[in-house]
Design a protein around this ligand. Sequence first.
Ligand SMILES: Nc1ncnc2c1ncn2[C@@H]1O[C@H](COP(=O)(O)OP(=O)(O)O)[C@@H](O)[C@H]1O
Ligand SMILES: [Mg+2]
Length: 413
Amino acid sequence: MTIQEIKNRFGIIGSSPSLDRAIDIAKQVAPTDLTVLITGESGTGKEVFPQIIHALSARKHGQYIAVNCGAIPEGTIDSELFGHEKGSFTSAHEARKGYFEVANGGTIFLDEVAEMPLATQARLLRVLETGEFIKVGSSKVLKTDARVVAATNVNIQQAIEKGKFREDLYYRLNTVPINVPPLRERKQDIFLLFRKFASDFSTKYRMPTIKLDTEAEGLLSNYYFQGNVRQLKNITEQISVIEKQRDITADIMRTYLPQQQVSQLPMVMNNSVQGGDFSERDLLYKVLFDMKKDLTDLKKIVVDLIENDNQLNQDFLPENAQIIKKLYQEVGTAESPIQLGYNTSTPTTVVQKVPEKIPVQEVEEANLSLQGVEEDMIRKALEKYKGKRKKAAKELGISERTLYRKITEYDIK
Ligand SMILES: Nc1ncnc2c1ncn2[C@@H]1O[C@H](COP(=O)(O)OP(=O)(O)O)[C@@H](O)[C@H]1O
Ligand SMILES: [Mg+2]
């Protein structure tokens, strides 16, 4: 199969040599049983590589299992990967096969492998070296023949230095490395990808395809794309859904390309410089807190709107679109834009479909957890300034009166 045929079959867009090279390595290594480690920033398109490797290997009729190591809780990952015996822990009512057993004769893709807990890393190393594993709660050694492809978007070297990743496992995984380059290093692909996404979204939303003028195209091609192809795809979807005007100028385009720094962050950072010893975690809390508050407010607006006027009419659309657009710009950089437990995977979910059941309860839950964070912040600020409300209020960016009210509300001594 040629590289072009692989691209066609797997829907890969792009013509840059660095992408071709990555595909070529995948092709070469596929028929072997070697372990492959795919590296690259988030959103560069790593997920298609293990699929190529599996499909072009003799294992193609075996099982292909993709596991996101970052998404499985530490307490259950061993049992998911290696299985467990009946009764090995409280909720283990039945024995269960693990993915390594199921993928016997096939391929297992370990995504975000750097997130794997150290104890699981030890089990993984063993299965890579000997094919042996033991179910949780068992002492019987079992064998499996599963080919492993792993991926990571963090600097594994750093994880190793911090003692969070086993060096021996890294070398074992990294038998064949494939690096997927960031989008900004393959500029020639940006416009190709844009055109493909624009055409896909025009079909999906039954609207004319958006078109860029020369200046807008230049702007897009030279953008940094911290979130790589995923970000480009999101931006294209936003424009496709929101803009009535289908000829996109540079001015319009600019409003969709976020400034590189997260806008809220520098402000808070400044506070910290004057304010001294608020830890980085506290600052992040604060940013998250502000952001979640915006989201909660937005949810309330939507809930109110729906309750008052059970139908979102067309007049409401542009305003709604503006809010969503702003939100995308605030939170939508690296990963898929709205993933904060907020119930809209794409803007259209809100714009075009009215949810039948309104997540009022979710709004309340968000409030509860926010209150916890808020209370924590207030306590810390008061402690830091030894109870001096004026200074604490300033640090928190709220008025003294609000602070006073909050102190009473949370019963802070
Ligand atoms: N070369 C490409 N051609 C077409 N779509 C791509 C390409 N690269 C990435 N994508 C799309 O971008 C999104 C992110 O890719 P993904 O593989 O999930 O990234 P990650 O590297 O974070 O795992 C997916 O929707 C994927 O289909
Ligand atoms: Mg991924």
